[in-house]
Write a protein that binds this ligand. Structure first.
Ligand SMILES: NC(=O)c1ccc[n+]([C@@H]2O[C@H](COP(=O)([O-])OP(=O)(O)OC[C@H]3O[C@@H](n4cnc5c(N)ncnc54)[C@H](OP(=O)(O)O)[C@@H]3O)[C@@H](O)[C@H]2O)c1
Length: 238
């Protein structure tokens, strides 16, 4: 896909890798609808990126709000080309210590939110004569379980299953689906988490974004359906 003049939706655009994806897609000439709950952070990004970045204050866990936004934004003359399901959060604790509120928040954002928006964007992508692309940001935690992150594991394994089924279902409609499984990335994701061993040699958002751009820009009849990303050396050399 040539990203110039394309229409993209990025959830979790207000910080971390979502903000980086937004910057890189805007630089390629795409219009980006950047979704998150924090209006202030989105507006700052708007000031930085200019008119091609459209800040959208939206909580993806509220299906009626998602429906209203999709219905009022897209139609036959304005069809989305790219959806990046990136919004996500993690609460890490032993299974007998994680509370129900944290379990539900993770399920609601990492899985239900992805479902709410994807099911409404897909019909518009089916109408689009161009090849379109859905990218789901899972995690290395979608491929391997580990102590203290069982609930987060469950959501990201779930996202893998959703993505695997979707690529098989939607390939016949000209819709690519790719699931990303990144290891640790230097973002604010870990700010409220003291249950994991943080290290100082994480991947950088711009490196992860360069792989997203690569996957998006592949030729139409070429699909990378899964991609695993890791720091080469997760502990700082020396
Ligand atoms: N950092 C890592 O090491 C790492 C590794 C593997 C995978 N990931 C995945 O990468 C994705 C992005 O994480 P990040 O590292 O960039 O973390 P981050 O900086 O904390 O970004 C998370 C984003 O999700 C948005 N968000 C959370 N709840 C939302 C909701 N209900 N509705 C709309 N937006 C919501 C947040 O915006 P608001 O708070 O403004 O709503 C924020 O923009 C997540 O899915 C995460 O699981 C991260």
């Amino acid at each position: 896909m040539n990203l110039n003049s394309k229409i993209a939706i990025i959830t979790g655009a207000s910080s971390g890798i979502g903000a980086q994806f937004s910057k890189d897609l805007v630089e390629r000439g795409a219009t980006v609808y950047g979704i998150a709950r924090s209006t202030e952070k989105l507006n700052k990004l708007h000031e930085l990126l200019g008119a091609l970045f459209k800040p959208i204050t939206l909580d993806i866990t509220k299906p009626e709000d998602v429906q209203n936004w999709v219905d009022s934004t897209f139609g036959p003359k304005h069809l989305p080309d790219v959806l990046i399901n990136n919004a996500g959060l993690g609460y890490f604790a032993n299974v007998d210590e994680l509370n129900l509120d944290e379990w539900h928040k993770m399920l609601n954002v990492n899985l239900s939110g992805v479902f709410y928006i994807t099911r409404l964007i897909v019909p518009h992508m089916k109408e689009n004569e161009n090849v379109t692309h859905i990218i789901n940001i899972a995690s290395i935690a979608g491929l391997m379980g580990n102590p203290k992150i069982s609930a987060y594991n469950a959501t990201k394994f779930g996202l893998r299953g959703f993505s695997d089924a979707l690529y098989k279902e939607l390939r016949h409609d000209g819709i690519k689906v790719t699931c990303f499984f990144p290891g640790s990335i230097a973002t604010h994701f870990f700010d409220n988490i003291d249950e994991v061993d943080l290290h100082s040699n994480m991947m950088q958002p711009e490196d992860v974004s360069s792989s997203v751009l690569h996957v998006l820009e592949t030729p139409d009849n070429y699909l990378i359906n899964e991609i695993v990303l890791r720091p080469l050396n997760p502990k700082s050399p020396g």
